[in-house]
Design a protein around this ligand. Structure first.
Ligand SMILES: *Cc1c(COP(=O)(O)O)cnc(C)c1O
Length: 358
């Protein structure tokens, strides 16, 4: 700026003002820069919403939203299919603060209105759910909450702002971990809260500023670059995933394959709500866990690791015993989750056949 008249005043309103315009009302680099705002607007556009608040990670986006919308004594309704890190945040942090977190099962969605209380502030779900990909009928949740002030929040990370757009079916907030499909190829950590509700956006943006929950311009620039290849990556990964599912289904030693496109899930909801799929596939093996681990160790192209979203295919075994979702679908403890990246599809097929011997 060249003169003091251009400088926005230090006031709470200036923390949020003008954020749907890349260059107007800029105030302080921690809160927004043209680059961070550019990413926020891009995320809003592909998520089909109006406003985005960025956060340093998906986890911090969930924390920021719940910190903005709930206080001790309030009640949250959460679907039990959420990923375990979200459950840790709810159980170890929010419950400890005195927020009453109540879990519901995916099939409760149509009758959820009976679970709403006067102090219910947020109804939160993730769909398809972690590891077993159980689907939650988001339209039914929205209908159940129609006459109640609680906000509806969907963790839409799985759909990569591409395969499903919850705001279009009336969900109040789409929450995403940009760390996964959007920007893992850039190696950055970011999250986003996307909404059409200006008041909720402004409250969340102000709390983010007060807490110093800032995002760096370099991370946002990297995310923008990664997102320029999002559609190309996803279509390549869909082809690999279809092939890998076919390989698994024909393999001896494979008990069940889990992917939302397969009929062991609630595939009619999937067909209704989704136009594509990501490359996470869970497999239940017939062998005991230690044998499964030995076979997984033989994979060469597919590496061992926790995360997902980048170029490299990853696998990890998981023990679902004790998870509500695993109990519902009757999973045993000999399971692995595969993430298919961008390697040559024939290399991946050879790797799977080589490791599992068929
Ligand atoms: C990874 C993940 C998160 C947490 O995101 P981070 O950016 O890793 O903090 C939240 N929800 C889902 C569905 C995820 O896969």
């Amino acid at each position: 700026m060249n003169n003091f008249e251009e400088l926005s005043p230090i006031a709470n309103a200036s923390l949020t003002e003008g954020s749907d315009e890349t260059f107007t009302g800029l105030y302080y680099g921690g809160i927004d820069t043209p680059t961070t705002r550019h990413l926020a607007n891009r995320i809003a556009r592909i998520e089909k919403g109006r406003f985005t608040v960025l956060a340093p990670s998906g986890q911090s986006a969930i924390h920021l939203l719940l910190t903005t919308t709930t206080k001790p004594g309030d009640h949250l309704l959460v679907c039990d299919t959420i990923t375990y890190t979200t459950r840790w945040l709810l159980d170890q942090h929010f419950q400890a603060l005195g927020v009453d977190v109540e879990y519901f099962e995916p099939q409760d969605a149509p009758v959820l209105s009976s679970r709403l209380r006067p102090n219910t502030k947020v109804v939160f779900w993730e769909s398809p759910g972690a590891f077993t990909f159980e689907l939650v009928d988001g339209k039914a949740v929205v209908r159940a909450c129609e006459d109640h002030p609680a906000i509806t929040v969907m963790d839409n990370t799985w759909a990569a702002s591409t395969f499903h757009h919850p705001l279009e079916v009336g969900v109040d907030v789409a929450l995403i971990s940009i760390t996964k499909t959007h920007a893992a190829t850039g190696g950055v950590s970011l999250g986003a809260i996307v909404t059409n509700d200006r008041d909720l956006f402004e409250r969340t943006k102000s709390i983010a500023a007060l807490l110093g929950s800032h995002v760096g311009a370099d991370a946002c620039a990297s995310a923008l670059q990664s997102m320029s290849t999002l559609a190309a990556r996803l279509s390549c990964q869909m082809a690999t995933t279809s092939l890998a599912i076919g390989v698994f289904i024909g393999m001896t030693g494979v008990k069940r394959v889990f992917h939302p496109t397969l009929p062991n899930g609630n595939s009619d909801l999937f067909v209704r709500d989704y136009v594509g799929f990501n490359s996470l596939v869970s497999v239940e093996f017939a062998w005991p866990l230690d044998e499964t681990i030995q076979l997984l160790d033989r994979l060469k192209v597919i590496k061992i690791g926790y995360g997902w979203g980048g170029t490299i295919s990853l696998v990890n075994h998981f023990d679902p015993c004790g998870w509500p979702s695993a109990k519902r679908v009757g999973l045993s403890g000999s399971c692995a989750r595969f993430y298919f990246g961008l390697e040559d599809v024939h290399d991946i097929e050879r790797d799977l056949r080589g490791a599992f011997g068929s």
